[in-house]
Design a protein around this ligand. Structure first.
Ligand SMILES: *Cc1c(COP(=O)(O)O)cnc(C)c1O
Length: 241
């Protein structure tokens, strides 16, 4: 059973890596400039461990509770990426395990994080989540809201290090629509980069691209792709036990 799980994941991983490498080459980029974040939210601990054994160290979870539980069960050298909504009442418990927050999506979260980081004398690297598709069910700042809050977000002497932006394409959109969304995220990043850098932030990341749209995201400059289902395709309950 275990061999089956591992061989399925190994094939999937090889395919995802090939897609990343091909997309990088097509846009004249170094494939090493794109980090694969394995999103393990759909899958078992065994499947996550198999990916670890294949050398992956960047893992993403969308729920704070899941990231705390998985971090306790998996090796300590994993870099955990929180990619989903973070309730302010879960900040204290989750903060110690988060290496990079992709989903800083509102000012009250920023304030709760600063407060907790001051208390614990820590720091946190974070990406600002932008909602460029206007979907009401999605979190994140609109471009306008982000410009409005920008000086607050990059305030000097904050324990938050703002590393870039995170954007999502609309589910089931066309490639052209994905491209428009990702290109808008890239231009927004470019627009904000100088002020961020002047305020002391290393503003160099664009987190965009998932299983369906990673090629388009890489063509538009993504540095972090968050891939879940493509890594675990073909794993049914029988194999994953
Ligand atoms: C689930 C999730 C992903 C992974 O999506 P797949 O389509 O399964 O690759 C990426 N980003 C976020 C924010 C997610 O919630």
């Amino acid at each position: 059973m275990k061999a089956t799980l591992e061989s399925i994941i190994e094939l999937n991983l090889a395919q995802v890596r090939r897609r990343i490498a091909d997309a990088a080459r097509r846009s004249g980029r170094d494939e090493a400039s794109v980090t694969l974040v394995a999103v393990t939210k759909y899958t078992s601990l065994n499947a996550a461990r198999a990916l670890y054994d294949m050398g992956l160290r960047d893992f993403g979870e969308s729920r704070p509770q899941a990231i705390v539980e998985r971090a306790a069960q998996l090796p300590p050298d994993i870099r955990w990426h929180l990619i989903g909504h973070w309730q302010t009442n879960k900040v204290r418990r989750t903060l110690p395990v988060v290496r990079l927050l992709h989903s800083l999506d509102r000012i009250d979260l920023l304030e709760a994080l600063e407060k907790e980081l001051h208390r614990s004398q820590g720091m946190l690297e974070a990406l600002i989540e932008v909602n460029l598709t206007g979907e009401a069910q999605k979190h994140g700042f609109s471009a306008e809201a982000l410009r409005g809050h920008w000086s607050r977000i990059i305030a000097k002497d904050s324990p938050l290090s703002i590393r870039g932006l995170m954007a999502m394409g609309r589910f089931d959109a066309s490639e052209d629509e994905w491209r428009a969304t990702f290109s808008q995220a890239r231009r927004l990043r470019d627009e904000l980069a100088e002020s961020a850098t002047q305020a002391g932030h290393r503003f160099d990341h664009l987190s965009m691209g998932m299983s369906a749209d990673l090629e388009t995201a890489i063509a538009e400059g993504s540095t972090l792709v968050r891939v879940g289902s493509a890594l675990f395709e073909g794993l049914d309950d029988a194999a994953d036990s």
